[in-house]
Each structure stands twice: as C-alpha cells, then as structure tokens.
Design a protein around this ligand. Structure first.
Ligand code: ADP
Length: 185
C-alpha cells in the first residue's frame, strides 16, 4: 500500500462538509458526490454501522464516541480512495477530531434560525436538543471549530437555506475541484 494519503501527494481532493445538525450536510454532500464524482462518507452512518461507541451517556442520552476506532476505520477508507485516485466528500457535525491532512476544503454550512427550527422540529428532536442546536448555530460553534482546526484558507462558510443555495454550493465545489486538480497535476 502506498503512503499517499496526504494532501501533497493525492491526485484527487477531499472535502469535509460540516455544520450544526440540520443545516443540510448529508443532502449537500450526497449531491456533491453525485454531481462531481466523489465518494460520499456519511460519518454518522459509519459510526452507527461499525458501532464506534465507548459507552452511553445517560444524562445526555447519547452514545459516547470511540474516536480511535472511528479514525482507524476512516484512515483505511481514505487510504483506499487515495490508492484508487478517488476523492472523498465526508460529512459530520464536528471537524476537530479529523487529521488536518485529510481535507483540502472544509465547507461550513449555515442556516437561518427559522429554517433550522423547522428542520429540527420535522426531525422530532426534543425541545432541549433542538434549542441546544439552535444556540450552537447562532453562536457559530462549528464555524469557530473549523477555523481553529484547519488552515483559514481552506475553510469556506456558505449559506444552506434553499435548494438554490445547495445547488450553488455544489457548483462552487465543482469549480474549486477543477482548479485543485489543475494546480496539483
Ligand atoms: P444534516 O446532515 O446537516 O443534519 P440534512 O442534510 O439531513 O442535514 O438536512 C436536513 C433537512 O433539511 C432535510 O430534510 C433536507 O432535505 C433539508 N435541507 C437541507 N439543506 C437544505 C437546503 N439548502 N434547502 C432546503 N432544504 C434543505
């Protein structure tokens, strides 16, 4: 196995789509994958499928993430894709846990309070969980996390309120990827 899972040696770029739950990460990432030919990794699904849990937090009623298990699994996926010259678009509601070298673009989706309220209500989140997430979006917690964890040049904050926003975000990634490939070939 070659050791080219590194942003200076890969032939195709990797994108991370991040943001508060409900901003549209999975919908956007799957459209990016479809339209510009990247492999979609829905990190939340990987966690569930492979039971990357260390236990359960009774107070918060959530699983405790086994980060080492998740990162080992993902490292293999990234390596396999790099070996096959396939780019990845991953989506997750957090971004600081991943090695910086995995990603060439970090897209932080933002949504208005009204839209997020409606989407989280449709998802039947509890009032507590909904208000925690609304507050996190208002306080731009994930955007700050991205700015602290990655080179500022690769962090892009974009709106995700409408279907037109989603299409324009996909187009932005398409143009960006063409440029990345031209610069790295
Ligand atoms: P996340 O992965 O960030 O939790 P999802 O992709 O599951 O969010 O989207 C949550 C809901 O909002 C879905 O019903 C999705 O269709 C809708 N949605 C997401 N992004 C947009 C957008 N830009 N415009 C309109 N609806 C959207």
């Amino acid at each position: 196995m070659s050791d080219d899972n590194n942003n200076t040696e890969r032939k195709r770029p990797n994108i991370l789509v991040t943001g508060t739950p409900g901003v549209g990460k999975t919908a956007t990432a799957s459209l990016i994958a479809e339209k510009i030919g990247l492999k979609h990794i829905n990190v939340g699904e990987v966690i569930k499928q492979h039971k990357c849990y260390e236990g359960h937090d009774a107070e918060l009623d959530t699983h405790i993430l086994d980060e080492d298990k998740l990162l080992d699994l993902m490292e293999n996926m990234f390596q396999d894709c790099a070996d096959e010259n396939v780019g990845i678009v991953a989506d997750y509601h957090s971004c600081e846990l991943f090695p910086e070298r995995w990603f060439d673009l970090v897209l932080v989706l933002r949504t208005s309070t009204e839209n997020l309220f409606d989407r989280l209500t449709d998802r039947e989140y509890s009032e507590k969980k909904r208000s925690e997430n609304l507050e996190a979006e208002i306080m731009q917690v994930v955007l700050e996390e991205a700015r602290e964890s990655y080179d500022l040049e690769i962090v892009q904050e974009v709106q995700s309120n409408t279907v037109e926003d989603m299409e324009s975000n996909v187009e932005r990634c398409r143009v960006w990827m063409e440029q990345w490939i031209a610069n790295n070939s």
